[in-house]
Design a protein around this ligand. Structure first.
Ligand code: GLN
Length: 279
């Protein structure tokens, strides 16, 4: 069987099993099996797979059909133009979370000594993207999950920022050793009752998705801890889920009546980031 035949066959199987992006996923799995780049895949497209390669490839296809995300099978995910290692201890970074990075960079790029904390860092994608684009910033990245922090550590090492991003184990802002200028967080915000419907066969950690009965429990918890952790004039950037903007902005304006609050939509037009500026 040639690479091309293997890809076509897999695509058909994935389409028949309602797997979105069937072509892309087939390619990622085949490239992972052969450990080759996309360019090399196309150069070798008419080559024959060896029996061992074929066996290894079908094994990965089977894992995918059993519900395992391709990202966890290959261990790679691209975010903000960077390659991150991911495993089932962390949420798979979503493209819409790049908006958090863009907003944070805009706020921080003219403040060389800025201190930033990312809360619930998971694989570290946001904190590391910030560290690489803000060479003078001091960055903390916290998570309540020790296995997640191990993944973040591996990614800091991979991107050469282990000495720039301080990883802290702890709940929300508890472990922050000093007040910071900017807090960035993609906290769990999925309603508990919708978890199963939204992520039926997901192997992603529920801890990173479950936002309690109304989805906002963790967001409220963080906001209540801001006092003394966010400097005067500081900014908070929160990722939110579809339709949560009114509930979150209402809560924040009651909690901090003098703060400036703004909502920014993502590329699909969904209100995605709530920004709060302490004044
Ligand atoms: N963005 C995720 C989703 O697919 C949720 C992530 C989160 O809870 N922060 O809905």
């Amino acid at each position: 069987m040639t690479l091309k035949q293997a890809l076509n066959r897999t695509r058909e199987i994935f389409v028949a099993n309602n797997i979105a992006d069937a072509r892309l996923e087939s390619e990622l799995l085949l490239r992972h099996t052969l450990n080759i780049s996309q360019t090399q895949l196309y150069i070798d497209i008419n080559q024959e797979l060896s029996p061992e390669q074929e066996k290894a490839f079908w094994h990965l296809v089977k894992r995918r059909l059993n519900g395992e995300p391709t990202v966890y099978i290959t261990g790679h995910r691209e975010f903000y133009g960077l390659d991150f290692y991911v495993d089932p201890n962390v949420l798979i970074p979503r493209p819409e979370s790049e908006l958090l990075v863009e907003k944070a960079l805009k706020l921080a790029q003219h403040q060389p000594g800025v201190t930033i904390a990312e809360i619930g860092t998971g694989c570290g994608a946001i904190a590391i993207s910030l560290a690489l684009n803000l060479p003078q910033a001091k960055i903390y990245a916290t998570d309540i999950s020790a296995p997640a922090l191990k993944v973040a550590r591996a990614n800091c090492q991979k991107h050469g920022v282990l000495n720039r991003v301080r990883l802290l184990l702890g709940d929300m802002l508890d472990s922050l050793p000093q007040p910071v200028d900017l807090i960035v967080a993609n906290l769990p915000y999925v309603k508990e009752s919708e978890l199963l419907a939204q992520f039926p066969v997901s192997s992603e950690p529920r801890l990173a998705l479950n936002g309690g009965p109304d989805g906002l429990e963790r967001i409220r918890q963080l906001c209540r801890q801001l006092n003394g952790k966010l400097r005067p004039e500081g900014y908070l950037l929160l990722e939110i889920g579809q339709g949560q903007e009114t509930a979150v902005t209402t809560f924040l304006s009651n909690l901090l009546p003098s703060a400036e609050i703004e909502v920014t939509p993502d590329l699909s037009g969904i209100d995605r980031v709530v920004s709060l500026h302490l004044t």
